[in-house]
Design a protein around this ligand. Sequence first.
Ligand code: PLP
Length: 412
Amino acid sequence: MKSKAYEARLLHKTYPKADPYGSLSMPVYHTLAYEFETAAEMEEAFCGRTDEHTYSRVSNPTVQHFEERVKEITAAHGVTALNSGMAAISNTFFTLAWSGSNIVTSRHLFGNTYSFFTNTLSAFGVEVRFCDLTNPGEVAAHIDGQTCALFAEVITNPQMEVADLTALSRVAHAANVPLVVDSTLVPFSHFRAADFGVDIEVVSSTKYISGGATSLGGLIIDYGQFHWSRSPRLQSLAGDSPSAFHLKLRREVHRNLGAYMTPEVAYLQSLGLETLPVRYERHAATCRSLAEQLRTIPGVVGVTYTALADNPFYQVSRRQFGDLPGAMLTFDLASKEHCFRFLDRLKMICRATNLFDNRSLILHPASTIYGSFTAEQRALMDIKETTLRLSVGLEGVDSLLADIRQALSDKR
Ligand SMILES: *Cc1c(COP(=O)(O)O)cnc(C)c1O
């Protein structure tokens, strides 16, 4: 697991400029524009020769402070904060892809990512190639000279397939393709994606990082490990520099798409970041304990959590995430009707979407997130009518079990 030496550095990271009031927290800079002493300084800043702020669609001191704190945890080369997880994903692919290129990935994808690839990007001539990411030979066969990225979710939601990042990065790098992963389900405070060969990490900071569903946000974390001279889109910028992706994103794509994080969200998420390691351990330990106990309850047909020793992804999950692989589990009941009846009877666990709120949240993926997909599409994505997805909050495990037991029991 990751060393926790970053915790003290994170908490004590101060803003680089002196604050006139000695403010202990980073102030929320609700300003759009920044004034310059001279025209020459203005020219330097606008032409990117100094790193002064110019306009808050491009950068803002409060957001930058949040980015720097994420950098403190991840030891990344570049971090960019956007206003949602989907903005992080779309900005990443508008930086990497070109018309005629393809993305190699799995059908096991977060619903909007699937739709972004198949509906939105396809209109710009970008092809998406689905394959079985647990089969390296099949992945290699889908990659060619026009592949802009290999994309995976570290644990897929809700199928709970674990990406073997070491194996995937080997296949990607052998073909001169970057590995991009969505690590929303296991935060970077707990595992360092770059140690397993990941080049770019995208995160919905709406989830664990926001600190209890306070705000939408997304992060693009660039580890500066990929040789961008191998990317047909970025090679002209690359030279010997590991910064080509970061420069293209910061100097062009994110400015043009206009989805930068706002200062008040950066403030909230910066607070969330301070308690992230502590909250994550509690969320995930409760989830593991619940997974072990849920399978003994009559009426529960199966439980999927990758720290269970008989889970097919147990070994790879353990290698990457230790004994705490996230705070989401799924379980199956006999039928959709059983699922609905159970949901309706819950008294404490909230019937709501989102992940890693302080409260536990539950939903029936097939009828909600995947409700607008056809039955054939759901079958291809392995979305079953019998599955419930539970995001485990900060309640005690006994309270959660009591609610689940009463909702499953025949007595009313
Ligand atoms: C929620 C989620 C997203 C999208 O994040 P938003 O902040 O809602 O835009 C992307 N990927 C995964 C795995 C998610 O759970």
